[in-house]
Structures are given as structure tokens and as C-alpha cells.
Design a binder for this molecule. Structure first.
Ligand SMILES: [Zn+2]
Length: 264
């Protein structure tokens, strides 16, 4: 092992020892949050290490009167780190801040149309992920998502999926694929499912997943990632090829995990 790698390992060990997540808090989170059911004890232990390191690398800030307590960063970090459980913490490198709003928040922007006319827009958002910048979250929205897993929504998974997508530039619905994955398989699976969902929305029926996914490919990837982890049976049924590609990318099979948790 070279000196740099040895130093990195020493530093990780030291951080894990110095800033352990309290056992009681961790066990409760693993037990009460449906998202973590079905993880093996080894996976949970590794997730705890990733979560600890993530909290040390990032800076959490609460605004608009929200008080940051001990549990909030742990809960957010654990959800964010589930995405990279079989990847690497380096997937979240290059930025530091996580900003928490108590509720949905208002953003203003100047948009220019094709005729060059600039309009001042105000929008209410639940979350935002900036390229090489912060992740912004509506805390109550996240809590509500977690309490209703069958709806398949998860704000933290959504915004951190955007962060993974941004590993190779602006979010476009294609994160950096692993060497053995085929770019054409990913493109075919995602473009067919995206068009399919757009058709469902246009026809006014009940879309297979949140209609917001039909707005653009980046949102489709983020919403599919939410459903992949929160309600994998729904995604596997609606868009099996997308489920397969996501299982290759995240190197996880939440559907098998869920089935196992039900049997247990
Ligand atoms: Zn989004």
C-alpha cells in the first residue's frame, strides 16, 4: 500500500472512531425506516461508516427558523449514502453544503424565451441540486416522503441522484456508467420508457410513475431512482428495462431486498 493510500485509510479509521453515530439512534433509524429493511447486517454496518464519513465531509445548514438537531444530518446522510452503498463516497465529491428549509421554498429566476424576452419567474420547490454546488432540501417534504414509502417519493434520493448524474457534467439523465455497462442499452431503456410516460401523461391517464418524470430526461432518471429504492416493485412492473439498468448502475436489487424483508 502506498503512503497516500495508507494515510487515507488511517484518516478514515480515525474519523470513524472520533465521530461515531450513537448506536441507539442508528438502530432506530434502521428499524423504523422501510428503506433500510432487507439490508444485511454487513450492509448496515458499512452504511453506518459511509454515513459517518459523509457527515464529516459535508456542512449542514438549517435556514428560515428550522433548528438542526442530531438526527437530521444522520437521516439525510443515510438516505444519500444508500445510493452509493455499492459505489464509493467519492461520487459525492466536489461540493460541500446541504441547506435545509423547514418547508417548500420559493426561488426566483430570470428565464429568456426564444424571442429573447426575459421573464422573472417565481417557483415553489421541494429541493434543488446545483452543479458543483449545494443540495437544498425541504425537511418536512422529506419527512412526509419517508412516512409513506408506497408512494415512491423520496426528496433526498431525488436530489442525490441528480448529484450522481452531475458527475459527468450538467444533469442529462445519464450518470457515468460502469465499464461493463452498455451505453446503448441504457439509452434504449430510458428513452423508450421516457416516451412511454410522456404519452401516458398526454393522454390524461394515470401515469405509471410521477408525471414530473416526463418533464425531461434528468428528472426521469431522478424520479426513477426514487421509485427504484422506495417502491421497486412499481418500477420493475412499469419499466423493467429501466429497473435492470438502474440495478446495474447502483449495483443493488431493492426488489429482492423487499421480497426478502416481507418473507422475514
Ligand atoms: Zn429534479
Amino acid at each position: 500500500m502506498n503512503i497516500l493510500l495508507a494515510f487515507k485509510h488511517w484518516r478514515i479509521k480515525r474519523l470513524l472512531k472520533r465521530f461515531p453515530i450513537k448506536r441507539l439512534i442508528w438502530r432506530r433509524l434502521m428499524r423504523e425506516d422501510a428503506l433500510f429493511c432487507g439490508l444485511s447486517s454487513v450492509q448496515k454496518a458499512y452504511l453506518r461508516e459511509l454515513t459517518t464519513l459523509f457527515i464529516q465531509q459535508k456542512r449542514f445548514r438549517a435556514v428560515q427558523g428550522l433548528e438542526l438537531n442530531e438526527l437530521m444530518p444522520i437521516k439525510i446522510a443515510a438516505h444519500a449514502c444508500l445510493l452509493i452503498l455499492e459505489l464509493d463516497l467519492d461520487y459525492y465529491q466536489g461540493w460541500r453544503d446541504i441547506i435545509l428549509y423547514p418547508d417548500a421554498f420559493m426561488v426566483t429566476s430570470d428565464d429568456m424565451d426564444e424571442a429573447g424576452i426575459v421573464s422573472h419567474q417565481q417557483r415553489v420547490l421541494g429541493g434543488e441540486a446545483w452543479l458543483r454546488g449545494p443540495v437544498v432540501l425541504d425537511w418536512q417534504g422529506f419527512v412526509d416522503d419517508v412516512s409513506q414509502p408506497d408512494l415512491g417519493h423520496n426528496l433526498v434520493i431525488h436530489e442525490f441522484a441528480h448529484k450522481l448524474d452531475m458527475q459527468n457534467g450538467a444533469a442529462n439523465g445519464m450518470p457515468p456508467l460502469h465499464p461493463l455497462m452498455k451505453r446503448e442499452d441504457w439509452t434504449l431503456a430510458f428513452s423508450q420508457a421516457f416516451e412511454n410516460l410522456q404519452l401516458q401523461v398526454e393522454r390524461g391517464g394515470v401515469p405509471a410513475i410521477d408525471a414530473y418524470a416526463a418533464t425531461e430526461p434528468a428528472e426521469f432518471f431522478a424520479v426513477c431512482s426514487e421509485v427504484f429504492f422506495m417502491a421497486p416493485d412499481q418500477l420493475a412492473e412499469a419499466f423493467p428495462a429501466v429497473y435492470h439498468q438502474l440495478s446495474l448502475f447502483y449495483r443493488q436489487d431493492p426488489l429482492a431486498r423487499k421480497t426478502l424483508a416481507v418473507v422475514q
